[in-house]
Design a protein around this ligand. Sequence first.
Ligand SMILES: [Zn+2]
Length: 103
Amino acid sequence: MGAAIRHFTATGPGGQVFTVNIERDFRYDPYRDFLVCAHCDWSPSLLTTRKIIDMAGEHLATAHGADRGLAQQENESFRKARWVMLPLCAVLVIGLLAYYAQS
Ligand SMILES: [Zn+2]
């Protein structure tokens, strides 16, 4: 459904890596982000003042015993997409300004 834009990972007993994802759902306007565990159906509300990484880390530790090496990383393809979009938007804005400057 949504696109995973960020991953939180932690290592549990036996070296297994557990993952919690932030999924962005673009069907909403503005988009909405959801916190989703990849190993159970835990999906808390993000309407909270708590830091998301704290929530993710706490869930990984308490529900899956993964309390070591908590880390977060951005989704690789999403990061690339942003780097492509940024110059594209800049070119578009400059083009528009040049257009209006002429008329
Ligand atoms: Zn879980």
